[in-house]
Design a protein around this ligand. Structure first.
Ligand code: NAG
Ligand code: NAG
Ligand code: NAG
Ligand code: NAG
Ligand code: NAG
Length: 684
């Protein structure tokens, strides 16, 4: 179902080498060794920023062994079975060598490898000693090969034992420079730009995009390390991360490698292909999981839901009903990363209740002192650029803010405290569409955080945002603005203020009507957020939401997500009599009954049943009379009864009772003309 290879690759500086199996034939082993060795030799042409000499020496030794192995194969004589042991050891060593070389040349890992150069040099040393030992146990005398080649191998064996594999003095010097920049950070010393350039140059980091790769790499290492809770390692990582963030902002004027736009809501990452949002929802709560854990049956739930389930005394798997061997909950980190990826790629997560923010919280780690100070310096730098830079500098600073607000080490309040919100709001008025887009995107990334919400509202941002929503220079900016409003609407006072602006709701409607899927999604969740304030109900209804959403539901190519969100809104509207009237009057009952059948997501089905129930409750007999005629409704309800979530199944049961009762009364002629709606109120 879910492909995880792309997401959880091998961790750097680990070598999961495996021993060849014992009964392998010497010839199979030999050809595998040769192809491994060839692969290792191909690293000769790669760029090694650090540990150059050690890597080269290691490759040289393996090349000599490769020649020897190729000769053996050439001579094609009978290999004694006693070579297997030596070959196997060699095979293991070559696997490790390849991992190590891979790490040394890994894109984005240059800074980390520099700081670990001692450990890496050590690994090269251990590797050489292992190779020497492997050659030692090879019965050279029994193997047919030219004498000079054998002599060469013996020589390599000696060298492999003796070579020192020290840390390169140049590496040491550059490492020293990095450490002094970091301690400078701790004392609030702004680093010299020339020094930074020198370090970056040495590591081959010459463009914004390569620096950005370093940031991304360290960021993901941090996340992995976060799970281990290794304080010293974390401190180092966070310091380095803040250093490369600083460098990216300060040392590069131009952003290269056109940032990828996502103008539709479709996922672009390979790992996400074929992934349905439903896979990321907890089967119990139906919400996007925050902390997915896998229980003994192999099924995955959100920690909060399954804990509640266990506490309630259940010891079976909620999904399969099988008895669980134990109540262990293993964090499913690969799924967690996928969820994070999904949420960030799709910009906006869906919130189905005003109470809980579904945004996946990244573990906030304060980081080292150096990191904290560096982040303050970055924030101050960006503040200056946003306020007083040239047009290009302002745009880049907005872009950096946008990107930074996603980095886990960053204490986002740094940015807000440095005062980036007012200048970002000013940039929304920019006449350059890319700047406007970058500024809205930055605000979107920041507005997930409460201190930022307050600052936006406090600085008069609501009006500006609605303006961008209505007539932003490009569609992306408008979509982002809808997203910001969604986040702002998680606060009750904001819901009131946003709703009071008569232009907001119509502008959101326009986006639903004519936006991309991403824009529609943002607008839908914003509307849903606004509905949490009862005063907005009438406005939303008056803006023509019902026909718009029903059309959206009926369109053949509507995305699952959009269907779910639309149903959620309609269900909320239907809870009030005028909402129900609107839906009934629009003649959408048949369609809604059919959607229950067509909706593919669990959440969508549940909202749809809620909607139908609310319609019956408020619309009474007129509604029920239409629904009982729907050919597919009963079937859908019965299948939900057995297959749906517990909530969906409870609601289906209630709805089935309502429909049955109506049917019986009608056929027995007992239906009173003044049939009371009250009867249904307490059924569910
Ligand atoms: C994580 O969850 C996914 C999806 O439920 C599942 O396929 C995978 O096996 C789980 N991984 C672990 C380690 O439990
Ligand atoms: C973030 O920084 C602010 C001040 O800049 C500080 O009050 C707050 O405790 C910090 N939060 C974390 C999680 O480090
Ligand atoms: C945002 O800013 C970056 C860097 O200046 C620029 O390359 C990009 O075109 C801008 N616009 C968007 C939509 O990313
Ligand atoms: C937040 O920042 C990240 C990093 O650039 C970006 O990929 C993401 O699209 C941003 N979010 C939005 C909604 O712009
Ligand atoms: C919808 O968008 C298209 C182009 O994207 C535009 O031509 C059209 O005028 C828009 N319709 C409305 C009603 O704004």
């Amino acid at each position: 179902m879910i492909q995880t290879q792309k997401v959880s690759g091998r961790r750097i500086l680990t070598s999961p080498a495996i021993h060849p199996c014992e009964d392998i034939s010497p010839y199979t082993l030999l050809s595998s060794l040769i192809s491994l060795a060839r692969n290792i030799c191909s690293y000769r042409s790669k760029f090694f920023a650090t540990n150059k000499r050690n890597a080269r020496e290691s490759i040289r030794q393996i090349r000599v062994i490769l020649v020897f192995l190729e000769e053996i194969r050439e001579w094609d004589s009978d290999l004694p079975g006693s070579v297997v042991l030596g070959f196997s050891e060699l095979h293991l060593a070559f696997q490790k060598a390849r991992f190590l070389l891979e790490d040394c040349t890994r894109d984005g890992a240059q800074v980390w490898m520099l700081m670990n150069s001692e450990r890496v040099a050590n690994q090269f040393r251990v590797l050489a000693r292992t190779i020497a030992t492997a050659l030692d146990v090879l019965p050279l005398a029994l193997i047919d090969a030219p004498v000079d080649v054998k002599d060469h191998v013996e020589l390599v064996m000696k060298q492999a034992r003796k070579t020192r594999f020290d840390v390169d003095p140049d590496d040491k010097r550059v490492m020293g420079a990095v450490i002094s920049v970091l301690s400078g950070f701790e004392n609030g010393v702004v680093p010299d730009k020339g020094d930074l350039k020198w370090v970056l140059d040495y590591l081959g980091i010459r463009r914004w995009s390569s620096c950005n790769k370093e940031v991304k790499f360290l960021d993901s290492e941090m996340e992995l390390e976060n799970l281990n809770d290794e304080k010293r390692e974390l401190d180092m990582l966070s310091s380095l991360l803040s250093l490369v963030c600083y460098c990216r902002c300060v040392a590069f004027d131009v952003v290269d490698g056109e940032p990828k736009r996502q103008s539709n809501g479709k996922c672009t990452s390979e790992a996400l292909i074929g992934l349905k949002p439903d896979d990321l929802r907890c089967p119990i709560s139906l919400e996007i999981m925050v902390d997915p854990v896998t229980v003994a049956s192999g099924h995955t739930y959100d920690r909060a839901s399954i804990t509640k389930w266990f506490r309630a005394g259940n010891s079976i798997c909620p999904k399969t009903g099988e008895k669980l061997k134990n109540m262990e909950m293993l964090p499913n980190s690969s799924l967690r990363r996928l969820i994070q990826l999904y949420c960030s790629e799709n910009g906006i997560p869906f919130v189905d209740s005003g109470h809980r923010n579904r945004h996946v919280k990244r573990a906030v780690f304060a980081g080292s002192l150096a990191a904290e100070k560096a982040m303050n310096m970055v924030s101050d730098y960006l503040m200056v650029m946003l306020t007083a830079g040239t047009g290009m500098e302002q745009n880049k600073a907005a872009y950096e803010t946008r990107v930074l607000s996603k980095t886990s080490v960053l204490n986002r309040s740094c940015l807000v405290e440095a005062g980036v919100i007012p200048p970002l709001l000013m940039l929304l008025l920019s006449t350059d569409s890319l700047t406007q887009e970058n500024a809205t995107a930055a605000l979107l990334n920041l507005s997930k955080h409460s201190e930022c919400k307050a600052s936006i509202v406090h600085n008069g941002g609501l009006e500006v945002l609605v303006d961008v929503l209505k007539k932003g220079l490009n569609l992306e900016a408008r979509q982002h603005a809808a997203g910001v409003l969604f986040y702002l609407a998680s606060v009750e006072e904001n819901r009131i203020l946003i709703g009071e602006n008569p232009e907001t709701v119509p502008a959101l409607m326009e986006l639903i009507r004519n936006g991309t899927d991403r824009g529609k999604k943002n607008a839908l969740v914003a509307i849903f957020g606004l509905l949490a304030h009862p005063g907005n109900h009438r406005r939303v209804l008056a803006a023509g939401t019902v026909p718009l959403l029903v059309n959206l539901l009926m369109s053949a190519d509507a995305e699952d997500d959009l269907v779910t969100d639309s149903l959620a809104i309609l269900a909320t509207l239907a809870e009030k009599p005028d909402g129900t009237t609107g839906i009934v009057r629009h003649g959408s009952l048949d369609s809604i009954a059919e959607i229950l059948n067509a909706a593919t997501s669990r959440a969508g089905k549940e909202y749809c049943v809620s909607l139908l129930l609310a319609l019956c409750r408020n619309g009474g007999r007129d509604v029920i009379a239409v629904l009982v005629k729907s050919p597919s409704l009963m079937g859908s309800l019965y299948s939900l009864l057995s297959e749906g979530t517990s909530r969906a199944s409870k609601k289906s049961g209630a709805l089935i009772r309502v429909l049955h009762e109506f049917y019986e009364r009608k056929s027995s002629g007992l239906m009173a003309p003044g049939f009371s709606q009250e009867r249904f109120v307490h059924v569910w």
